[in-house]
Design a protein. Structure first.
Length: 196
């Protein structure tokens, strides 16, 4: 017993340092092995407000949200087929308030139009608002704005890369849809990004 006490007294600092080192290594190991445990939905592409969410727009990611996990759409929530309540950018975690089961604008039409590659901004993206102009085939008629602040729903990237006509989908009311279709028959459509 005396030998043990003498050993402890002589090596007390070493024993304390060794114990501290072991505890530090254990704490670091515990911290490094903690992984995010919650799966939440994240936007992988731009989703305009009011548009339907598709499987190509979202993916599940692991995130460590702690108590805030209830504020976000999780793995168990059915998200595809619902509608975005606001503009979602790639990388946005989708909150419960960002999604609704009913379309805010049930009368909206998703209209595909053909636009020459030179008649739209090179960096036009989904969700941008555009003003649509028509340049009539009849030289005696002046170009005119036919629709303002129309949201871009989709852009066919493949047709854009090939040049020529680019397939663009816009979201518009039935009245504006009718105006755009009539204008497309009368001339060439030009899209200009709305600055605001």
């Amino acid at each position: 017993m005396d030998e043990l006490q003498k050993f402890i007294q002589r090596n007390f600092r070493r024993i304390l340092a060794g114990g501290g080192l072991v505890l530090s290594l254990l704490a670091i190991s515990l911290l490094l092995n903690t992984t995010p445990s919650t799966f939440v939905w994240m936007a992988t592409s731009s989703i305009p407000g009011g548009s339907r969410i598709t499987a190509n727009n979202v993916k599940l990611v692991k995130a460590d949200l702690a108590e805030d996990a209830t504020h976000f759409e999780s793995k168990g929530d059915l998200l595809v087929g619902h509608f975005a309540t606001r503009m979602l950018q790639p990388g946005d975690l989708i909150a419960v308030t960002d999604v609704t089961s009913e379309s805010a604008n049930s009368t909206a039409t998703y209209l595909p139009i053909g636009v020459a590659v030179d008649d739209l901004p090179a960096d036009l993206a989904i969700g941008d608002l555009v003003d649509i102009y028509v340049i009539p085939k009849d030289q005696g008629v002046l170009p005119a704005v036919i629709a303002r602040r129309v949201p871009i729903q989709n852009i066919d990237v493949k047709s854009r890369a090939l040049g020529g006509s680019v397939a663009v989908s816009v979201t518009a009311s039935p009245t504006v849809t009718s105006i755009i279709v009539t204008a497309e028959a009368q001339g060439r459509l030009v899209l200009a990004r709305d600055p605001f």
